[in-house]
Ligand binder design. Structure first.
Ligand code: DLL
Length: 435
C-alpha cells in the first residue's frame, strides 16, 4: 500500500515545483480554451491565445473566475469534458441564488483522494489507523473527501456522517477510532459530550482533522485538551475540489497548499493586483490537473497570507494562514470591520464556550451588535449582581478587541443550537444587501 507522504513531490525544490506547474498550466490553459466557451470568449476578448501562456509568470494575463460566473454558467457551462466522462458531482451549501455544482472525472477523484491522503499522513495517519469521518456525506465535499483519502491510505474508514452523538461516541469507543474528521464546531461539541460522559479515557483518539469553517487557536487548544489529541486544520472549497487543497503538518503554523495541483496567488481584493508573498489579500486558485471542472484564477474571497519559509516537516509546498476573514462575510458595524473569530477569541480567553451567536440589527439611528453567550456551569446559581459584573467585563473585553460596543446577553448553557455541519455564528438582520 502506498504511503501518501510523497517526498519527491511534497519536498521538491522550488525549481522543481515551478517546472511542474509551468508544464501543467500550459496544458490546462489549452484544455480550458478548447472546451469551455466562457473562457474561450473571455480570452478572445482580451486578445490572449493559449500559446501566449508559457509559464506561471504569464498567469496574470488570464481572466479571473468568480462565484457569479459559476452561478451564471450553472449547470453545465463550465464542464470541460463530455458528460459521460463525469462520475460524480458535489455542490456548495450556498443559501442564496443558484447553487454551484462541481464535476469530477474518475481521474479528478483519484487526485483529490490523494490530496486528502496527504492530509491524513500529515496528521500522523497510516494504514493502521481507524479514521472516523463525521463530516456530512452527500453534496457537501467533506465526507466524501476524507473518506476517499482514508481509503487511499488503506485505513479502516468509518463513514459516520454527522449527527447522532451517542452513536458517534459508542463507535469511537467500540472500534477504537484514532483520527477524528469533522468541522471544528462539531469537534468542540463532541469533546464536550465526551467529557460529560467521562469517556475521554476510554477512547483511542490521537488526532483530528478539522476544517470547512473558521476556528481560532483558542478553540484548537480547547479541543486538544478535552480530547487529548493533536488538532490539525484542513482547508478546501467545492469549486477547487473540496477538502485537501491545503492541510497542516505537525508544525501547525499554516497549511501546505498542494502546489502540484493548485497554483495560489494573493491579490488585492479591490484592484485585482497580484501581491507578493507575505502580504495579506484574497486567495486565488488555478487548478492545473483537473479534467472536468478546471478553473482559472478562481477568487475564493478568503483573506490569507502565503508563507514560503522553510518548514521543519520537510515539505516545501507554500503555506497559507488560516483564512483571516472573508472579503464578503465580514460584518461592518458602525463602520468597523468585525470578524466572528475576534469575538470567539475573547470568549474563549474569558473561559466561555465557543458556542455563541452574533446578531446584528439596525435601529433608526445606528447598527447594534448583540452577542449571545452561553452561561458556564458555575454561573447557574450566580446572583443578578454577579451576572451583571460578568456581563460588564465581557462587554469591556469585546470593546477592547473590536473597538466598538457590543451588548452581551447570557443565555442558558446548551441553549444555542449545536451544529453538525457549519455553525451559524452570525445572524445579520439588517438586510443590507437586499433591494
Ligand atoms: O468547506 C470544503 C471542506 C470540507 C474543507 C471539509 C475542509 C474540510 P465549501 O463548503 O465549498 O467547502 O466551503 C468553502 O469554507 O472558501 C472557506 O471560506 C471556508 N473554509 C474551508 N476550510 C476552512 C478552514 C468546504 N480550514 C469555504 N478554515 C472556503 C477556515 C475554511 N475556513
Amino acid at each position: 500500500m502506498a504511503n501518501y507522504f510523497q517526498p519527491e513531490i511534497e519536498c521538491a525544490s522550488a525549481e522543481e515545483i515551478r517546472a511542474m506547474q509551468d508544464e501543467r498550466l500550459v496544458k490546462q490553459v489549452k484544455h480550458v480554451y478548447d472546451n469551455v466557451k466562457m473562457y474561450r470568449d473571455r480570452m478572445d476578448e482580451m486578445g490572449i491565445k493559449p500559446e501566449d501562456i508559457k509559464s506561471v509568470d504569464d498567469l496574470k494575463k488570464l481572466p479571473f473566475t468568480t462565484k457569479d460566473d459559476l452561478r451564471e454558467q450553472y449547470p453545465y457551462g463550465l464542464l470541460a469534458v463530455p458528460k459521460e466522462d463525469v462520475v460524480r458531482i458535489h455542490s456548495t451549501s450556498g443559501t442564496t441564488g443558484r447553487r454551484v455544482v462541481a464535476f469530477y472525472t474518475q481521474h479528478d477523484i483519484d487526485l483529490w483522494d490523494e490530496c486528502c491522503a496527504r492530509a491524513l499522513v500529515a496528521a500522523g495517519g497510516s494504514k493502521e489507523d481507524v479514521v472516523h469521518v463525521c463530516y456530512g456525506y452527500g453534496l457537501f465535499t467533506g465526507g466524501a473527501g476524507l473518506n476517499g483519502g482514508s481509503h487511499k491510505l488503506g485505513s479502516m474508514t468509518l463513514p459516520m456522517s454527522s449527527g447522532n452523538t451517542e452513536r458517534q461516541i459508542q463507535f469511537m469507543a467500540d472500534l477504537g477510532s484514532t483520527i477524528l474528521c469533522c468541522t471544528p464546531s462539531y469537534a468542540a461539541f463532541l469533546a464536550e459530550a465526551i467529557e460529560e460522559r467521562g469517556m475521554a479515557d476510554k477512547l483511542k483518539l490521537k488526532s483530528g482533522i478539522f476544517g470547512a469553517e473558521a476556528w481560532t487557536e483558542e478553540m484548537r487548544h480547547d479541543i486538544e485538551d478535552k480530547l487529548g489529541i493533536k488538532a490539525f486544520d484542513i482547508y478546501g472549497l467545492t469549486e477547487i475540489s473540496g477538502p485537501g487543497v491545503s492541510f497542516e503538518c505537525e508544525e501547525q503554523t499554516g497549511m501546505h497548499i498542494n502546489e502540484d495541483h493548485f497554483i495560489a496567488e494573493i491579490i488585492d481584493p479591490n484592484t485585482g493586483e497580484v501581491l507578493p508573498d507575505g502580504e495579506k489579500g484574497e486567495l486565488v486558485f488555478t487548478s492545473i490537473t483537473k479534467e472536468a471542472f478546471p478553473l482559472l484564477r478562481y477568487r475564493t474571497r478568503d483573506i490569507c497570507i502565503l508563507n514560503r519559509k522553510k518548514c521543519s516537516c520537510g515539505r516545501t509546498h507554500v503555506k497559507m494562514t488560516k483564512p483571516l476573514g472573508r472579503s464578503d462575510d465580514m460584518l461592518i458595524v458602525k463602520g468597523v470591520n468585525v470578524f466572528p473569530s475576534q469575538i470567539e477569541t475573547v470568549l474563549l480567553n474569558k473561559g466561555y464556550t465557543p458556542n455563541y451567536q452574533i446578531i446584528a440589527t439596525r435601529s433608526k439611528h445606528s447598527d447594534n451588535l448583540e452577542v449571545l453567550v452561553e452561561k458556564t456551569p458555575d454561573m447557574a446559581n450566580c446572583s443578578d449582581e454577579v451576572l451583571a459584573a460578568k456581563n460588564r467585563q465581557l462587554v469591556s473585553a469585546l470593546k477592547g478587541m473590536l473597538g466598538i460596543l457590543a451588548e452581551v446577553r447570557f443565555v442558558d448553557a446548551k441553549s444555542i443550537e449545536r451544529s453538525e455541519g457549519k455553525a451559524v455564528r452570525v445572524i445579520d438582520k439588517r438586510n443590507l444587501y437586499k433591494g
